[in-house]
Design a protein around this ligand. Structure first.
Ligand SMILES: [Zn+2]
Length: 87
């Protein structure tokens, strides 16, 4: 019997639904870890270019939050001066 793993799977699905249905007035997604999943589109905080997040998207952790950037160059830039680009 795999009853335990089914329960965990249901909890996991509920969690995903809660995240994707979170009632936010704004249509713009915040460029931080909590709200982002693969396939989401957002703007790079460094150069403002549009990007689609996937498993390979580079990110920088600042104040306990993950900020996704569009490329390695932007990652290097933000690492040098995170306060300039991130809130
Ligand atoms: Zn970039």
């Amino acid at each position: 019997m795999q009853k335990g793993s089914i329960v965990y799977f249901v909890i996991f699905l509920t969690f995903i639904l809660l995240i994707s249905c979170s009632p936010k007035g704004s249509t713009e997604k915040e460029n931080t870890s909590g709200l982002i999943k693969a396939g989401d589109q957002m703007l790079c905080p460094v150069d403002g270019s549009k990007m689609t997040v996937n498993q390979n998207t580079r990110f920088f952790t600042y104040n306990g939050k993950k900020y996704f950037v569009c490329c390695l160059e932007c990652l290097n830039t933000v690492e040098k001066n995170p306060g300039k680009y991130l809130r």
